[in-house]
Write a protein that binds this ligand. Structure first.
Ligand SMILES: [Zn+2]
Length: 307
């Protein structure tokens, strides 16, 4: 199987059951994300899953908005981050300690326990609507469960009290290509209205769980055909698919702003022997170089007057 340009997310509704869903299929985008990093297998898997999950959960995003999923813990994988913009630009990365990961013998950890590599900690969801909107929403939940799917399900049960069903598959084929697919189903807020069939939720969950990894990942099976196959008796109706791609938001200006926020001593500590400060973007590995003396001079002369 090759990686085709199939990267998309789509919102759908099961009208007869008053349920809302999202379906994600990634080929090239997940490969672009994971190939920039060359992480060990368990870290790569977590990073890819985080990108897929961010796409599943970002349905409320306006054009200039950013949705961020971040997990932080005391384990060998200390941080896992994925974010997505309203325009469909997704990126993801992880911070981990190679020695601690080696001591965990990460290759031996079953995939159903990868979240254990993050250890005890929290998962944070942030919606920043950007632009003119100052609206910002943040949800926090304790990490619970062996997989990212279990952790997210725990969040919706505990914090949001929204019944949520999830299926997520991520796989690397023999040629080294990654494939990802996922479906989320949620009760709409007015699901308790009297004309909704009380068994609809259970029926939808059985149908969702009947979906195989192969169906989620098969690029030859269009997502709308898959939705019809699974939910045609529930009156499935899909919106237009939104294309997504791997795209980082880093820039020299943003990196410079981070350096400017530091103290002069901190900046000098970062400078190499040649007087350059190198900063590597954790998301896309792009490297930015600044001349330490030039930067100090610029900061001391904010009017831009050269002396
Ligand atoms: Zn970057």
């Amino acid at each position: 199987m090759t990686t085709r340009d199939i990267d998309m997310v789509e919102t759908f509704f099961l009208e007869d059951s008053n349920l809302r869903g999202r379906i994600v299929r990634l080929g090239r985008a997940v490969n672009d994300i994971l190939h920039t990093h060359a992480y060990p297998a368990p870290v790569a898997t977590l990073t890819g899953q985080a990108a897929v999950m961010a796409l599943l959960l970002s349905s409320m995003l306006k054009d200039d908005g950013i949705f961020t999923l971040q997990a932080q813990g005391d384990g060998p994988v200390g941080t896992l981050v994925a974010d997505i913009t309203g325009h469909g630009n997704v990126r993801a990365c992880a911070r981990f300690d190679q020695d601690r990961l080696d001591r965990w013998e990460a290759d031996e950890v079953p995939e159903t326990a990868y979240m254990g590599l993050i250890g005890r900690g929290h998962m944070v969801f942030t919606i920043d609507q950007g632009g003119e909107n100052t609206e910002r929403y943040q949800g926090v939940v304790e990490l619970k469960g062996g997989t990212l799917v279990e952790c997210v399900q725990h969040y919706f049960t505990q914090s949001e009290q929204i019944a949520t069903g999830l299926r997520l598959a991520l796989r690397r084929d023999d040629d080294g290509h990654w494939h990802a697919g996922a479906i989320l189903l949620q009760k709409m807020p007015d699901s308790a209205k009297p004309d909704v069939d009380p068994d609809a939720w259970n029926r939808a969950m059985v149908l969702l769980q009947s979906c195989t990894d192969d169906e989620l990942l098969n690029a030859e099976l269009p997502v709308n055909d898959l939705l019809y196959r699974l939910f045609h008796q529930e009156g499935v109706r899909a919106q237009e698919p939104q294309p997504v791609r791997h795209q980082c938001r880093c820039s020299a200006d943003r990196v410079e702003n981070v350096l400017v926020a530091m103290s002069s001593e901190e900046r000098l500590d970062l400078a190499e022997e040649d007087g350059k400060i190198s900063v590597k973007c954790e998301f896309c590995s792009r490297e930015y170089k600044f001349d330490a003396a030039e930067l100090e001079h610029k900061l001391n002369n904010p009017s831009g007057v050269v002396q």
